[in-house]
Ligand binder design. Structure first.
Ligand code: AMP
Ligand code: MG
Length: 407
């Protein structure tokens, strides 16, 4: 197994993500169903935004250049439009937030800044407005035809709101990528079976299926494979239609770790077969090239230990899955936080320590969740992120700024 650094491995995945052929397959979904999907076309402004000069305050529309007491000549609410004559010298019109500012007016004075009667408005000396005060000019946010959202954007509530504002009741989105999930190991039984003392329940299958869904993919979960060539071959053939194949287990150096061999025999090419990281060192990334009958398939061979599977899937496989779903900004999410205790490094390896990130207005702190190695699912579940300890560090002192991988 030749090892590369974690950064080299991230770069390798990113390079292949950047070179993916354009996505094909588009669906039309109702706006309310578009959350988490990826736009397959740009969204444009259907008209100027705002479409009229909009009052940003409850108050009085005036001419900034006038002076003295103004004559109050009317009122406009949001949803109305002023139909009288344009505002003339020395006049004021009451306006509400969101109302179109009447022609002739060039400023709005907040109602808190005036002394008003039923017929007059006197702006207090210290609040005399400059032209354009509290008026959002037509088209300030966007002009009709402007691109507001780019194809390749994952839809969050912010995109939903913007699409709604420009009248997109239906959005074009890419087909969801399909990930085949294949756990391997003679010792595995299904969650609803009773394991013998020497058997364990397959937790990586459900973990990976959930991660796939969380990242916008469709999970096709296969029955686990045994640690034999025949069983692996059979399952890998069943999985061949999927965009990605996520394997867990069988990639270490052990006698029954056959995944790589079997994939090689199927014509797979590998871009890395080991990374200087802990947990997750034996992780494999490769591809089955396109054939006459099948499109290319991206392969992630993830080490079977549950925390190793979780970390390597998060770091390498999920960004690729998202990119296959058409998302242009797909990448693992790293942030900075302040470490509150001392943490040991592993010289030569990038460590990913299950940790708890706590955040507030003043930023974020992080502390290891307390775990007992790469098989410790309980420790992993207590965590909400992974603290990254770089390979060249022996000890990270309390109070240091550290990098955290969000999940
Ligand atoms: P392997 O990578 O196949 O050598 O497996 C490493 C460790 O992870 C072993 O202790 C396995 O029993 C465990 N393991 C492998 N696959 C799974 C799985 N699907 N669910 C839970 N544990 C697993
Ligand atoms: Mg195994």
């Amino acid at each position: 197994m030749s090892l590369i650094t974690c950064q080299e491995a991230l770069d390798a995945v990113a390079r292949h993500m950047a070179e993916l052929a354009p996505r094909t397959g588009v669906e039309q979904v109702e706006l309310g169903q578009a959350l988490g999907r990826v736009l397959s076309a740009d969204v444009h402004a259907d008209r100027d935004q705002p479409p009229f000069p909009r009052s940003a305050r409850d108050g009085y529309a005036v001419r900034a250049a006038d002076s003295g007491v103004r004559r109050l000549v009317g009122a406009v609410r949001a949803g109305e439009v002023w139909t009288g004559a344009p505002l003339g010298t020395g006049e004021a019109i009451e306006v509400m937030t969101g109302a179109p500012v009447p022609d002739g007016a060039d400023a709005v004075v907040m109602l808190e800044h005036v002394d008003a009667t039923d017929t007059t408005v006197l702006i207090r000396e210290q609040h005399l407005p400059l032209a354009e005060a509290n008026v959002v000019p037509r088209g300030q946010e966007a002009h009709a035809g402007d691109v507001l959202l780019r194809a390749g954007t994952r839809v969050t509530p912010a995109e939903i709101a913007l699409a709604a504002a420009v009248g997109k009741a239906v959005l074009p989105v890419y087909r969801q990528p399909v990930a085949a999930v294949l756990a391997t190991g003679d010792e595995l039984v299904a969650v609803d079976e009773t394991p013998a003392p020497h058997q364990i329940r397959n937790s990586n299958g459900p973990l990976l299926a959930a991660m796939v869904r969380q990242n916008g993919g469709v999970a096709r979960v296969l029955a686990p494979a045994l640690d034999t060539r025949e069983s692996l071959l059979e399952r890998i053939a069943e999985a061949r239609d999927a965009d990605v194949l996520l394997l867990s287990g069988g990639v270490s150096a052990g006698k029954y770790d056959l995944v790589e061999d079997v994939l090689l025999a199927q014509g797979a090419e590998f871009y890395f077969t080991g990374v200087r990281m802990q947990p997750g060192k034996p992780v494999v990334f490769g591809r089955l090239p396109a054939t006459e009958t099948h499109a290319e398939q991206w392969i992630f061979g993830l080490p079977g230990n549950p925390v190793s599977t979780a970390v390597t899937a998060l770091l390498f496989a999920m960004p690729m899955l998202r990119a296959l779903g058409g998302e242009t900004a797909a990448q693992p999410m790293f942030v900075q936080a302040v470490l509150t205790v001392v943490v040991k490094g592993k010289p030569g390896l990038t460590r990913f320590v299950p940790a708890v990130l706590t955040s507030g207005l003043n930023g974020a702190t992080v502390v290891p969740a307390g775990w007992h190695g790469s098989g410790d699912l309980h420790g992993n579940a207590r965590a909400n992120c992974y603290l990254v300890v770089p390979p060249d560090v022996e000890t990270v002192t309390a109070g240091s700024a550290v990098t955290v991988l969000l999940r």
